[in-house]
Design a protein around this ligand. Sequence first.
Ligand code: NAP
Length: 478
Amino acid sequence: MKKPCETRLFINGEYQNSADGRTIPLINPATEETWCEVAAANESDIERAVNGAQKAFENGWRDMAPGKRAEILFNIARLIRQHQEELAELEMLNIGKPISDARDEAALCARIFEYYAGAVGKFFGETIPVARGGFDFTIRQPMGVVAAIVPWNFPFPIASWKTAPALAAGNCVVLKPASLSPLTALRLAGLAHEAGLPAGVLQVLSGSGGKIGDLLVTHPLVKKISFTGSTSIGARIMELASKDIKRVSLELGGKSPNIIFADADLDLAASSSPMSVFANCGQDCCARSRIFVERKIYDAFVQRFVEATRALAIGDPSRAETQVGPMVSSSQRESVESFIESARVAKRDIVCGGDRPNGKGFYLRPAVVLGCETSDLIWREEVFGPAVCIRPFDDEEEMLREVNASPYGLSGSLWTNDLKRALRVAKRVESGVLSVNSHSSVHVEAPFGGFKQSGLGRDLGMAALEGFTELKNVYIAL
Ligand code: NAP
């Protein structure tokens, strides 16, 4: 077995085995081979990590001059850039992410650290002219130790967009990557330490969320949980956190719409829409998996969309031209196949994909499903894989009712050249993020998060800094 990289926990500035020596095997999704074993944290590792983080907070990080904190974050960004290729390869081997996407994501992570390094000196309180006179001002204070729990689909970006603002605000972080995708988080810890981050300020604990999650979430020294993952685990975290009113932010599931009006640039909308749902092999919380097309252009759109889907480069994630790699695991592929099977049983029209190519790897060809009823499982539920449903609509109001019938409200796109319609519809779609004539959901500088069961609180932008601080008001009688 090849040991390609650091696979131990990172606690108090050092890589170390878990207290009981247990490990979790990692399977390369492109080859189905077990290629390394990663340390699995247990209760005593959590105790050491959280206590060490609290000590680091009290003994220096909380009171470090903001300029010094910013310098360290800039150094982390620089080291991420220097190690971009290594980090991209780790992500590719770990979860089957196409190498060109993995390179882009590593570059994005460097930009995230730069953004929050730059934000350190631009995020401050205000003075308030209170009625009774005197001097009143607000301070944004760090919370202490925060737990960041992240999923496997965008492991490095999501770990970065939680860690960077939390550190910039003066907190210490205990980061728990998903069991399937711990490698870039573990490598980030080593790079951050090399960049000058003091021991204990960033701890990384790989291991099973089912085993250690409750302990981390309920630990009395953990002041906030910033979670990205499924709605069911998010709800559990919220419930546990409610016992002592811990702060939580939750980025959860999605079932995002892609709305195409007849006056849109049809070629652009149809050619770019496949990657809005099939990028990352559909394992994307923002995947536009419900397409609503105005009936006048329905046939033309479907034809172009299917052609563009068939032309996607699917296969070996190490090839620069690959757009869609394997799914992350065998069980994730089976879960998606069960949705496609439900559509088949209901006699929906699966015009392409939904089948496995020959050979090794957890590949699944992107499926395009027509003729769904709005009560169909595949139309209603988050599939989290390469499957999309397309339905025609006649009436804007009716379409909006169906768009908003979902319990989720994370992201979405709408395509039109009518500015009034764009503004009217954008306001009515119940989602935290929406793009007009674009599929771009994530901008480092802008808030990202969901309405309804897609979450609570916001990542990215200055909003993330607010979420990692307590707001204190100080009044001085003069
Ligand atoms: P998940 O099963 O909820 O896991 C997410 C993280 O939570 C993992 O680190 C997992 O650890 C951990 N976890 C599991 N059980 C836990 C518990 N009882 N207490 C604390 N932590 C626990 O989600 P996933 O399958 O990794 O990711 C897919 C889901 O994430 C989808 O629903 C997707 O929409 C959502 N997502 C949302 C966003 C967003 O920004 N809104 C972004 C990406 C993904 P283990 O891996 O060890 O189980």
